[in-house]
Unconditional design. Structure first.
Length: 627
């Protein structure tokens, strides 16, 4: 049917018509609202009114999306053009009711709360009570926050009492709240308050409802059902949602009395009324009553079907409720998601940075550790070398004269490189201080030490860099030169002799004239000699010792040399009888003091008084000649 208020009618008439029809003929109200809203340059107040009407009517027809859109528009208009508290209160209250009906409970609650604030600002007790009543209902019906609901209704009641207002609806709703919470006695008390109040002000709806509730609460068995049916019938026209509630109470009573079929009948009656009136809560509760009755009857399939419908209704309600908040929810979720993603990335970056720092520190520590280790190892190697050198020096150097000792000299002789070719040979000189025992006796042992040190120094002055100068024994020295011919060897021998004999030795309290006796020999004595290559120097030392003995025999302060030119020398034979070897030309002898005294003065001995050094005392030597 065409709406009564055509677009051509004045706007105020259209608005009024919309509000008139919104409950009874919501579809028409919607058409009027759309037509009026299509006009241009609508004043904000008029558009707000039309949108609230549209919201309410749309919610009643089950068009939750249009209802929510209309409420969105109302909110943005209120924000853009602030209105008086009274106007805001009406707009918010209507918008909240529309959303409540559409099932967007949280937003309805928010709008009611704002409406309550507007009522407070406008100092309107009735409006405050109405809003608190709505808020209390939501807490009780939707949120099952029964204790909160009790507090809210009590607060509303206090405002009413203070203003001297009679509001039986508050007690009635409080009673319903107690009933939902299972507190039957409290519920009964509340309904008992509501009933006379409603009667007193002739508020038929609340009166009937309270009466029905009290009858249901007081009933035992089925006896209350006729009375309740009368109430329900009376409610059908004036208060269809109340009729649905009464029929549900009857259904419960019948079920409790074991009359499941009757219970089902009342429940279905209630479902029909609630569905027709789009009473969301009553529809939901009536279907629950129907499911209970069907179960009691054993009609499980049918119970499941109703349960499924109930579920669909609730899902639809939830969905429409969610639609309003979906965008915000989505944004919040995305926000939260991106925030957590961001936090995760931050954390990851922090962990990466820490890991890198840690790795860098570890690397630096490892490099530093390695460097320290290398330095320590180098230092240790250097220290070890120093220690070894020192040990070697200690073990190879004579502590008194600072010359190589006998062990080190032996090692050096073994490794002395071969003489150059031609007549050149490696030559070893053995030197023995003459009458040193006497010198010790005369000047003291420490002076003897000093003299030995001085002799060592003087011998060094006669040698070239590659020569070896060593302390061979107590007062014996050894000099070895790598390449000398006989003439050169004789010159060295003479220099060695002269450097000791030509300059007296000065010491505290006097001086002493000393001399050395020298014997020298060359090696290798023969290529085919049986000794290992590195041991051939020993033959030369024996021959030099033999020559030294001759120097001593000859009167000391002299040198004697044995020189092998030929290939084969029987060293032992030479040692035994040098004169014979010389006579046969096997060996050449030279001396600073001729003739050479090879033999001892004692007759009958091949080499009397002579034994190689280190084997026995030189018993054949003459007694010292004091100087
Ligand atoms: N002060 C001192 N005396 C030493 C050292 N080594 C050996 N002597 C002494 O040198 C003396 C060597 O004496 P002998 O072997 O009898 O020979 P000599 O007195 O030199 O007589 P000839 O060798 O026959 O000329 C001994 O009295 C040793 O004690 C030393 O390091 N310091």
């Amino acid at each position: 049917a065409a709406p009564d208020a055509a677009p051509g009618q004045p706007l105020t008439a259209q608005i009024e018509r919309c509000f008139d029809l919104r409950e009874s003929r919501p579809a028409e109200a919607i058409a009027i609202a759309h037509a009026a809203l299509s006009g241009t340059d609508l004043p904000a107040t008029d558009e707000i009114k039309l949108q609230t009407c549209l919201a309410r009517a749309s919610a009643l027809t089950g068009d939750a999306l249009t209802a929510i859109d209309a409420v969105d528009r109302v909110e943005s208009l209120l924000a853009a053009s602030p209105q008086s508290p009274e106007f805001a209160l009406r707009a918010l209250s209507n918008a909240g009711a529309a959303l409540h009906l559409a099932g967007d409970v949280p937003r309805a609650l928010a709008l009611y709360t704002r409406a309550f604030e507007a009522a407070e600002a406008g100092d309107s007790d009735i409006a405050q009570i109405k809003m608190l009543n709505n808020v209390g209902n939501i807490h009780s019906e939707e949120l099952e926050a029964f204790d909160d609901a009790v507090r809210i209704f009590t607060r509303a009641q206090a405002i009413a009492d203070k203003g001297g207002l009679s509001e039986p609806i508050l007690s009635y709703n409080q009673g319903l709240n107690h009933l939902r919470a299972g507190r039957k006695a409290d519920a009964r008390a509340a309904f008992a308050v509501a009933l006379p109040q409603a009667e007193a002000i002739a508020l038929g709806v609340v009166e009937q409802r309270s009466r029905a509730e009290l009858a249901a609460l007081d009933a035992t068995g089925l006896e209350a059902l006729p009375a309740l049916m009368r109430i329900a019938d009376a409610q059908r026209s004036d208060d269809p949602s109340g009729a649905a509630v009464t029929l549900m109470r009857m259904s419960r009573l019948a079920l409790d009395a074991g009359e499941a079929a009757q219970a089902l009948s009342h429940a279905r009656d209630a479902v029909g009324i609630a569905r027709a009136g789009a009473f969301r809560i009553e529809y939901r509760d009536a279907m629950r009553a129907e499911v209970a009755a069907l179960r009691a009857l054993g009609h499980y399939e049918a119970a499941l079907d109703v349960q499924q419908t109930l579920r669909d209704v609730e899902v639809r309600a939830l969905r429409s409720q969610n639609l309003g908040t979906l965008a915000g929810l989505q944004a919040r979720l995305e926000d939260r998601h991106s925030a957590s993603e961001l936090a995760r990335l931050h954390e990851q970056r922090r962990v990466d940075t820490l890991t890198q720092q840690h790795a860098r520190r570890l690397r630096s520590a490892a490099i530093a550790g390695l460097a320290i280790l290398v330095v320590l190892m180098l230092a240790f190697a250097w220290y070890q070398r120093r220690v070894n050198r020192r040990l070697y020096r200690l073990s190879s150097v004579d502590s008194l004269t600072r010359l190589l000792n006998r062990g080190a000299a032996t090692h050096a002789l073994r490794n002395m490189s071969s003489a150059a070719g031609g007549a050149a040979r490696q030559v070893v000189f053995l030197l023995d201080v003459d009458y040193f025992k006497h010198s010790n006796d005369q000047h003291g042992h420490s002076t003897g030490d000093a003299i030995l040190t001085e002799i060592a120094a003087r011998l060094g002055t006669c040698c070239r860099p590659g020569d070896l100068v060593a302390r061979w024994g107590g007062e014996e020295f050894l000099v070895a030169c790598p390449a000398l011919d006989l003439r050169g060897a004789s010159d060295v021998a003479e220099r060695l002799r002269a450097v000791v004999a030509n300059t007296p030795f000065a010491f505290d309290g006097g001086q002493a004239a000393l001399s050395v006796s020298i014997g020298f020999a060359c090696w290798p004595t023969a290529a085919a000699a049986g000794l290992a290559r590195k041991e051939r120097w020993r033959e030369a030392v024996d021959l030099a010792d033999r020559a030294l003995y001759a120097s001593k025999r000859g009167g000391r302060d002299a040198w004697t040399g044995l020189w092998c030119d030929g290939d084969v020398v029987d060293v032992k034979a030479v040692l035994r009888d040098p004169e014979d070897a010389i006579a046969t030309g096997d060996i050449t002898a030279v001396s600073s003091r001729m003739p050479i005294q090879w033999r001892s003065s004692e007759p009958g001995s091949a080499a009397p008084g002579w034994q190689p050094r280190g084997t026995a005392a030189d018993g054949g030597r003459e007694p010292p000649a004091p100087r």
